[in-house]
Design a protein around this ligand. Structure first.
Ligand code: MV4
Length: 447
């Protein structure tokens, strides 16, 4: 097992990883920017290294600085968390070449899944259902041909995109030139290539993702699904498991398919298969090759510590349990709490004047915040995750309402009031929401 792990991240996820390390008797190295000298992840870690200025490109995205910090402190592994360098295959390769373990899949597996066209092909070949789609589009003419073949509406996506950036919908033939040109331009500006492809556009899907763990000996387990349909602008807001949209046979069916497919692909470590689910059918969208923000809801219904398993797998250990050993119990819901104006979502950085996190049975709060902490303006505005579990979905919702009412965050604006109103809505209570529901509801809410 590793003796010392460098945590290449900040905020709540840096703490989350530190906690798993501590429980395993592993020493931790925090890295931080000049803006994060007083951050909780720096205070808790055994050692801390300043890796650069506040700007993420010069610190948390600074590959040589992070690898140097690992070498200097003698860390034998790096955990990338989520965001930043977590899905950067070049970084993983650099880490591997320095004889340091990257806690995640191999750089080759990351590269495969980073190419959305190749990932789609690999997923389909391994037996996962995909939406009707095209290979890379070499010209505008090809876009017309494929759109006609598949049937409108279609969506044009960046080959190296993901997370929803740079996608353009064409409802009819006349929309193709603009959609193609805009998608290409956005891909060129945001990603490593301007290549695009096309898919049948699903008009009212849910976002349902499957968590898997795989060791280096061909053992794969699934840990069920997470429904992440409550989102705005590709930012998830509330996530829950199990999905209120799935019955037991639909769940078993997709989880079985995913497990077999991951075994075929030979993927290792933790991963998430993202599907759209519409009219009773699943469509593979992409695979996230990292630990995800919403991983705690899976932990609460399975009892599996996902970060611990990631570390064990990366150190060469076998999965310590089989699929049959995993039982799913109860319901879990996560709310993301951001330091933002709840109506226009403008960031609200500043000093936390007062902080009271809720507690009690079935209440978990993952956060880096403490009273007196100054939230820097340089990073993501998520400041806490409130994660609730209970035996039933209704029980979880009642508990969530109680916990949101108990939460006190003063000094900055937060999305707490928005969450309180959102969870009282009929479509949330009955679980019938799709990926468009929150944005539609927000439009009325603002009036
Ligand atoms: C789609 C789609 C509809 N049809 N693909 C956005 C994130 C990326 N992973 C996939 N995305 C979408 N792909 C087809 N063929 C709609 C979306 C989409 C979306 C998906 C999940 C959650 C939120 C979303 C918001 C807008 C669009």
């Amino acid at each position: 097992m590793f003796e010392k792990i460098l945590i290449a991240n900040r905020g709540e996820i840096a703490l989350r990883i530190h906690r798993a390390c501590r429980e395993m008797g592993i020493k931790t190295v925090a890295v931080h920017s000049e803006a994060d000298s007083n951050a909780m992840h720096v205070r808790l870690a055994d050692e801390a290294v300043c890796i650069g200025p506040a700007k993420a490109t010069e610190s948390y995205l600074n590959k040589p600085a992070i690898i140097s910090a690992a070498v200097i402190t003698g860390a034998d592994a790096i955990h990338p968390g989520y965001g930043f360098l977590s899905e950067n295959a070049d970084f993983a390769e650099m880490v591997e070449r320095h004889g340091i373990a990257f806690i995640g899949p191999t750089s080759a597996q990351m590269r495969l899944m980073g190419d959305k066209v190749a990932a789609r092909a690999a997923a389909q070949k391994a037996g996962m259902p995909v939406a009707a789609g095209s290979p890379e589009l070499k010209s505008l003419d090809e876009a017309y041909v494929w759109a006609k073949k598949i049937g409108f509406p279609v969506i044009i996506k960046a080959k190296n995109g993901g997370g929803g950036k740079g996608m353009k919908v064409a409802l009819k033939q006349e929309d193709i030139p603009d959609a193609y040109t805009l998608a290409k331009a956005e891909a060129k500006a945001s990603f490593t290539s301007d290549e695009v492809y096309l898919e049948k556009f699903l008009t009212h899907p849910r976002h349902i993702e499957i968590q898997i763990l795989a060791d280096s000996y061909g053992n794969v387990v699934h840990l069920g699904e997470r429904d992440c349909s409550i989102q705005r602008g590709n930012q998830k807001v509330v996530e829950e498991t199990p999905s209120p949209a799935l019955n037991e046979s639909a769940r078993q069916n997709i989880c079985k398919i995913v497990r077999k497919a991951i075994q075929k692909i030979g993927y290792t470590n933790a991963g998430t298969l993202e599907f759209l689910y519409e009219d009773g059918k699943f469509y593979f969208m992409e695979m996230n090759t990292r630990l995800q923000v919403e991983h705690p809801i899976t932990e609460l219904v399975t009892g599996v510590d996902l970060v611990r398993e990631q570390i064990r797998i990366a150190s060469g250990a076998k999965l310590s349990f089989k699929q049959e050993d995993i039982s799913f119990s109860g319901h879990a819901i996560e709310c993301r709490i951001n330091a933002e104006n709840p109506l226009n979502f403008l960031p609200s950085p500043g000093k936390i004047e007062e902080w009271h996190a809720p507690g009690g049975l079935g209440v978990r709060v993952d956060s880096e915040i403490y009273s007196g902490y100054q939230i820097p303006a340089d990073y993501d505005s998520m400041i806490a995750k409130l994660i609730i579990s209970s035996k039933t979905r209704n029980g979880a919702i009642m508990r969530l309402r109680r916990a949101l009412d108990e939460f006190v965050i003063l000094g900055v604006e937060t999305t707490l009031p928005l969450l309180q109103d959102l969870i009282a809505e009929p479509e949330f209570l009955d679980g019938t929401y799709d990926i468009h529901w929150l944005e539609t509801w927000m439009q009325k809410y603002k009036l």
